[in-house]
Write a protein that binds this ligand. Sequence first.
Ligand code: BDR
Ligand code: CA
Length: 314
Amino acid sequence: TIPVIVDCDPGIDDTIALLTAFVSPELEILGITPVCGNQPLERTVHNALQVCELGQRVDIPVFAGCFRPMLREPIYGQFHGKTGLGNTTLPDPVKAAEPTSAVDFLVETLIKAAETGKHVTLCCLGPMTNLAVALRMKPEVAGGIERIVMMGGAYREPGNRTMTAEFNMLADPHAAHVVFSSGIPIVALALDATHQVILKPEHVARFAAISGRISETLAELMAFWDRNDVRRYGSRGGPLHDPLVMAYVLAPHLFRTERARIFIEYESELCMGQTVADWYGKSGQEPNAEIVTKVDADGVIDFFLERLSRYAEK
Ligand code: BDR
Ligand code: CA
């Protein structure tokens, strides 16, 4: 099994990613570390706990992360509804978050992983504040990480929150800078990749046909995710941002990557949070990431359909 930590800010697409991970026995989910992102921290923690209950995985510990970005004022998500979970109301969680903070959990777990050699894959689905703070507290944390598979950024695509910035990068560009300068191997799933996988109404209908309470909730969340923006996405539907992180970890053959050095803009007002890739070796610096450039969209949709149909009758 692959030991993973899911760092996230649920969020509708975070929720789909978590539910996919929950039914994937290849993964050993050591913990979930919600951060301030799509919603204030209190809400992302609450949502994560609710999703664990929905997915019948209360065995996974949830550790509350940073309550605001490293330097900037918080910004919140725009397409996730008032609570972060669309129009869906989930029952109040029975379980509470762990008393340990996400940063302490990351530091302890990753330093131990560095010692035992059982390296952890970090699945980053939100602003990377938790990891950046952990790296600043204890640089040895880097030695416990197998690799970071993260959703964020926009290279040849324009931004989705500003003209130049994708939401997760804009929400905490300083954290992104710390992570991208850390030397840890990174796989970057940016809008260039996630805009190749649009969850269309006909796909949602296929998911809605899976029987059971959990699938019903999932289909409701997916229906809410429709951006109704044909000009931008080429059809009705919404991009499957965060779930692609899970698909990449579990089915990497569906993705093609190119190595490049990534830089984060954290000073300019106009380009704040922009991710810049050195595709042609202009910087004289070594590549620090694999950027996903091509996704087998049909293959990925089939992959999710197969995984999530494991909730049938549950
Ligand atoms: C990212 O922003 C958030 O709103 C989504 O959950 C995703 O992680 C996409 O830009
Ligand atoms: Ca997210």
